[in-house]
Design a protein around this ligand. Structure first.
Ligand SMILES: [Zn+2]
Length: 167
């Protein structure tokens, strides 16, 4: 099967070792484009993120939101300006995010599956494909169990997180 980079339209040739696996979020984009797109973190990532067909959030090495595509913002029911510089607990309305210290630093964050997944992705321990992550959201007085399936990929020191399912 011939494949073409979704960004620069050059051929990726037949399925070969220099392209990402089918599961990877960026599998349709060549390594040269990825390196250019992620050259630094002040770049406007939205056109790239919107080119992806699933909801994807971009997170930096401090567990902090950098950007997201419109599909992800729809899922989160939040807007980009509101999320800027917020931690992932705020992004997903985690019930612990408002506690002292904030997301990642409260005394309830020790067993957090979301933080574990992000940390493991940064440390490059494994590939992370459709990982189940559960957290509890708080909307006013209403507590809601949120079951997520997430796929993550590390690109040039940042983490792409795809929301595969949410309920
Ligand atoms: Zn390309």
């Amino acid at each position: 099967m011939k494949r073409i980079c979704a960004w620069c339209q050059t051929s990726l040739g037949e399925v070969s070792s220099n392209i990402h696996s089918e599961q990877a979020i960026t599998h349709g984009i060549c390594d040269i484009c990825l390196n250019n797109l992620f050259a630094d973190r002040d770049i406007d990532f939205i056109p790239f993120l919107n080119s992806l067909s699933a909801p994807v959030i971009l997170i930096d090495d401090n567990n902090t939101y950098l950007s997201a595509n419109s599909k992800a913002l729809d899922v989160l029911a939040k807007d980009h300006q509101f999320l800027k510089q917020k931690r992932t607990g705020d992004v997903f309305t985690c019930e612990n995010a408002h506690l002292e210290g904030g997301c990642g630093h409260t005394n309830r964050c020790g067993g957090c599956q979301m933080l574990q997944l992000i940390n493991d992705t940064y440390e490059g321990k494994d590939s992370f494909d459709h990982v189940p992550v559960t957290l509890f959201q708080k909307h006013g007085d209403v507590r809601h169990k949120l079951d997520l399936e997430l796929t993550t990929e590390k690109v040039n020191g940042l983490v792409l997180m795809r929301i595969d399912s949410h309920k």
